[in-house]
Design a protein around this ligand. Sequence first.
Ligand SMILES: [Zn+2]
Length: 294
Amino acid sequence: MDNLLLCDPDRKCLNEIAEALPALVLTGAGVSVATGIPTYRNEAGTWLRSDPITHQEFLKDPRQRQRYWGRSLLGWPAVRDARPATAHRILAQMEAIGAITHIVTQNVDRLHQRAGSAKVTDLHGRLDRAVCLDCKTFISRDQLQSDLLRLNPGITRTTVSARPDGDADLADGIVDSVTVPCCKQCKGTLMPDVVFFGGSIPNERVLEGKLALERARCLLVVGSSLQVYSGYRFCKWARDSNKPIFLINPGLTRADDMATKWRIDADSGLQAIFERYCEHRKEQNLKEQGINSA
Ligand SMILES: [Zn+2]
């Protein structure tokens, strides 16, 4: 019977992962999908939404900032009110029992921290605050939301779904009427504390993730298609240092050719890994007791 179970490809994969832990975990939008925050890409890796505002456009073009903050005014509540999914909660439990060393997330929703994970690098920043580009002061997104609502009483939810960056679709005609709040300290330009497309990730953040990978025995990627290089390079670093790479994702990823892949959603995959790891530890403990008593 055991042999039959061991022949199951999922079982084989689970055993491999359980034996390779503790892991550095890299997460993408797929871990937040059950919270109602939609992913950027479908299972074939195809971009699902119109192109987002780039870093350069945000800096140079006041109208793009009106568009961003007008959309964000409508999109922020969905991100603010999202609750951690099963995947977030299991990862927090896995950290507590030493099965993972650190999380590097491409998500900006802070749901890992809300679920109780302590060691998290927000690779692409965090949506719950904005930063002044001139004096570098931070302002909470909730405070900014109050200002946006006060300055723009005419903008209401006329639109569709929220996006992973807290954005929402906004009719073009409304964009011109958006009043954008400025920094209260210096009247400077406020930007969400996230890395836009075309922007760069601060070096210390990348280094923090890289050092965390060095301390781990393997890399476990959950819910990311790895289309963005900032995530994909963790796979290259893991491969270069001969650490096993495991991918938990229902669809295609950019690293399929260098990893052990399990096509499953984040919640189910992590639940199974957590259970198998707990069994594995019990088996190890029994073995050690057997050796000690022999
Ligand atoms: Zn300022």
